[in-house]
Design a protein around this ligand. Structure first.
Ligand code: DAH
Length: 320
């Protein structure tokens, strides 16, 4: 008996036949088209029946308490032609490629972390209200699904400190998934993506940072941009800034709309010290901003919730 996939393949072939109609002599077209329509109706009915039968099939429930047999049968995955890459992952690849082209190494952020990396190592004083500003989830055991990719700064600095001793700079971009316990609406999600940038050398300046950020955004949006900064506050930078771009006309801007794209600043000496780097010899800058927001501006999207929604209609618009 033909499987559901066989029937779908047959339908695909049949649909391709319609293109032949225009090449037929005029007096044969109507009849040819009619035959195709009849076959198509039959096939669609068979597909519907096969789909209904598949839904009735008993699927053995997964025993999640069973011990894992790593030599057992491998899971069967859907074939790639049944799906496509999520738009955020496509865009994240673009972001990573830009940072790599600028000489940055890439390190992925963790998805479960602890108080030290999320707060202590980033110069958040114990009990300081700034900790509350991050709306962090916590597990019963006290672990934290990180609320920002800055949670990686201490690890990235420690792992690359040897480069400073070799006279090189630390330059790392850290993409990752982050979580915040906040009310969800068109511009706020509990789960989203950020990308962090960390740069440390003997003599880097805020001016260098602004140059890097300008280049990143101009490469990502493929055009010249107006940029500006305004004062911000983060315990892990001093001074702290917010980095804004003016919404370009090509992306629906009218010349007066400034968009805050990320937080940034010179890395606080205490953050360098916590990673064993001497702040009297070295200085650095860092930034972190949302990927979802970056992508929304690029494609004129208005509802961030679509990314996590699994709405196929939305996702298919980006399938390639
Ligand atoms: N982690 C901050 C946030 O999620 C953003 C940020 C600000 C990152 C300043 C940085 C920084 O690296 O230097 O709101």
């Amino acid at each position: 008996m033909a499987t559901l996939q066989d029937l779908k393949n047959e339908l695909k072939k049949l649909n391709a036949e319609y293109a032949k109609i225009k090449d037929l002599p005029a007096d044969q077209r109507a009849d040819f088209g009619k035959q195709l329509n009849i076959k198509k109706q039959q096939l669609n009915a068979e597909i519907a029946a096969a789909e209904a039968a598949a839904e009735q099939e008993d699927v053995a429930p997964l025993d999640i308490s069973a011990p894992c047999d790593i030599n057992g049968q491998l899971p069967t995955f859907l074939t790639a032609d049944n799906g496509s890459k999520h738009p955020l992952m496509t865009e994240l690849d673009r972001v990573i490629a830009i940072y790599q082209s600028m000489g940055f190494d890439i390190a992925e952020s963790v998805q479960l972390d602890d108080e030290f990396h999320m707060f202590d190592s980033l110069n958040f004083a114990k009990g300081h209200p700034a900790r509350d500003g991050y709306d962090t989830f916590r597990t019963e055991e006290g672990f934290i699904p990180p609320a920002h990719t800055s949670t990686m700064q201490n690890r990235v600095l420690k792992a690359n400190a040897h480069k400073l001793a070799e006279g090189k700079a630390i330059a790392v971009a850290v993409p990752g998934r982050v979580y915040r316990n906040e009310d969800v609406d068109a511009t706020h999600e509990h789960t989203f993506y950020q990308c962090e940038g960390v740069y440390v050398s003997e003599d880097c300046t805020l001016g260098n940072m602004l140059g890097i950020l300008r280049e990143f955004f101009e490469k990502y949006y493929g055009q010249k941009l107006n940029i500006k900064t305004q004062p911000g506050y983060f315990p892990f930078t001093e001074p702290s800034l917010e980095f804004l771009i003016e919404k370009p006309a090509s992306l629906g801007g009218k010349g007066d709309g400034w968009l805050e794209m990320l937080g940034c600043g010179m890395i606080h000496p205490n953050v360098l010290k916590a990673a064993g780097i001497d702040p009297t010899n070295y200085q650095g800058f860092a930034w972190g901003g949302g990927i979802d927001r970056l992508v929304m501006l690029r494609y004129g999207l208005t509802d961030v919730r679509n990314f996590e929604s699994a709405k196929l209609d939305f996702l298919k618009e980006f399938a390639c």
